[in-house]
Design a protein around this ligand. Structure first.
Ligand SMILES: *[C@@H]1O[C@H](CO)[C@@H](O)[C@H](O)[C@H]1NC(C)=O
Ligand SMILES: *[C@@H]1O[C@H](CO)[C@@H](O)[C@H](O)[C@H]1NC(C)=O
Ligand SMILES: *[C@@H]1O[C@H](CO)[C@@H](O)[C@H](O)[C@H]1NC(C)=O
Length: 444
């Protein structure tokens, strides 16, 4: 803890620095004196003062034993009024932000644990969409749990659906507009994709007594899990006389249809795969599932990385994704995604991300397993592992292809003179810029 005197001293020093900047006194030490850079390359107006040397690390972790204080160096003060210590422990960079944060970047974090849950016999489902996080216009997410054998009933919706299994295994069924059908059973780390409007079911197999849990992604931020089209909901709202005529059977054939939707219901087991009827049109040519768990990770200096998009999973025309592993002390490098917003889901560990949103706007968010993050297209960001355990997360995009621009690769592949003029880097640092996209970098 800093002494009061020292604090006051630092505040005074800061105020003096401010006064110098505000009064426009020469702060031109930024201008390079490197003789190899010609004078015509010198900026014609006085340069800004150097950025602060403050390191700005995260100040505590969710399992720190200290009571969080809204204090960073000489700034802030303790919290005197009632304090939600658990929230503050999980959001160190909210209570004591880095001094590099600035402006009014909208909220970009939604812990799925804050979503209202829908409990059914057989499982539950909770969602994040534009209502819970207004910045998330392109993608919505649902976290769903099915008991062993339980079924998310036959349904469809106007958005495409991408699913990633976190635990257990599920059997899915579908047909397409050509009457081609599909049935597949996949497990943890595997993915499915249903194009917009295609009818489907999801059923946990009884392989594990715990059933299954998965994360669903929809390519529209205003999607709501509560407004999908359900087989039972539809049929209970069609005159029975019409049902009889449609199926060319007596009305009594429908004596036992439910009066309202099932949504999720318990069942003993999924059908044997051989029960899939043979279709004259055959099965759906571009599989709706992908064994992503079998794709190997590309090793990187600070972790590993793998991508899934329509280049290997052709059905997935509107969703591209990456699964990222960042080891303790490492970080997903500074980068951005050119045209697509990123929807991220944290699977394990803790991390922090600063989103840079142009015009001096930047805000830092802390994440842990079960949190959703959102980064608008082209906004610069990084994700740093702030814990002692592996950080693993998904980056998901409304796109047919995964794309990112790495800051380091950019700076390494343009003339060094330009970079030097902007950043005043030494020849040694310029030479150190790596031309290979790093993606995840280890500790220095
Ligand atoms: C599990 O499912 C299979 C068929 O998929 C079935 O034969 C078996 O009886 C089921 N086991 C239990 C415990 O329900
Ligand atoms: C990581 O471990 C070190 C040493 O045990 C400990 O001092 C530190 O607080 C831990 N950090 C976090 C974020 O848990
Ligand atoms: C650049 O990065 C690649 C990939 O991480 C690494 O293999 C290589 O050693 C690096 N090159 C230099 C000069 O550091």
């Amino acid at each position: 803890m800093l002494s009061l005197e020292l604090k006051l001293g630092r505040i005074l020093l800061y105020s003096l620095t401010l006064a110098v900047i505000v009064s426009g006194a020469p702060a031109d030490t930024h201008a390079t004196t490197d003789a190899t850079v010609s004078s015509s390359a010198e900026p014609s107006t006085p340069t800004d003062p150097f950025a602060s040397d403050d390191a700005n690390p995260i100040l505590w972790s969710p399992d720190s034993h200290t009571i969080p204080e809204a204090v960073r160096g000489p700034y802030g003060g303790s919290v005197l009024r009632p304090q939600n210590v658990a929230i503050d422990k999980e959001n160190a960079d909210m209570l004591a932000p880095p001094t590099t944060d600035h402006g009014d970047m909208p909220n970009a974090k939604w812990p799925i644990g804050l979503s209202h849950n829908r409990l059914q016999t057989g499982g539950w489902a909770r969602q994040q969409n534009i209502q819970s996080m207004p910045i998330a216009t392109q993608i919505a997410g649902v976290n769903m749990r099915l008991d062993a054998g339980a079924v998310r009933e036959l349904h469809w919706h106007g958005t495409a659906e991408w699913g990633y299994i976190m635990k257990g295994s599920v059997q899915i069924t579908s047909i397409n507009q050509n009457g081609q059908n599909f049935l597949s059973t996949i497990g943890p780390g595997d993915v499915w994709y249903f194009p917009a409007g295609m009818p489907h079911s999801i059923q946990a197999t009884n392989e594990s007594v715990d059933g299954a849990e998965f994360i669903l992604v929809f390519d529209d931020g205003s999607f709501s899990e509560d407004s999908t089209f359900l087989l039972t909901d539809w049929l209970s709202h069609v005159p029975k006389e019409v049902l009889a005529k449609n199926f060319q059977v007596p009305m009594s054939a429908f004596d036992r249809i439910p009066s309202e939707e099932l949504y999720i219901y318990p069942a003993a087991s999924s059908p044997d795969e051989k029960q899939l009827p043979v279709s004259a049109g055959g099965t759906i040519p571009d599989s709706y599932t992908y064994p992503f768990s079998k794709t190997s990770f590309t090793p990187l200096s600070g972790g590993s990385f793998k991508i899934l998009d329509s280049s290997t999973f052709p059905a997935s025309k509107t969703i591209a994704a990456a699964e990222v592993i960042v080891e303790p002390g490492a970080m997903r490098e500074l980068h951005w995604h050119p045209t697509q917003d990123e929807w991220s889901f944290f699977l394990e560990g803790t991390g922090r991300m600063t989103i840079y949103a142009a015009q001096s706007n930047a805000r830092t968010f802390d994440f842990k397993a079960g949190d959703i993050g959102y980064v608008p297209a082209s906004n610069g960001h990084y994700i740093e592992n702030t814990g002692n355990t592996t950080l693993r997360f998904l980056e998901v995009f409304r796109s047919d292809r995964y794309q990112d621009i790495g800051l380091q690769q950019w700076l390494a592949l343009i003339p060094a003179q330009l970079v030097q003029e902007h950043l005043g880097l030494s020849a040694e640092t310029l030479a150190h810029l790596n031309k290979t996209k790093q993606t995840v970098v280890g500790p220095v």
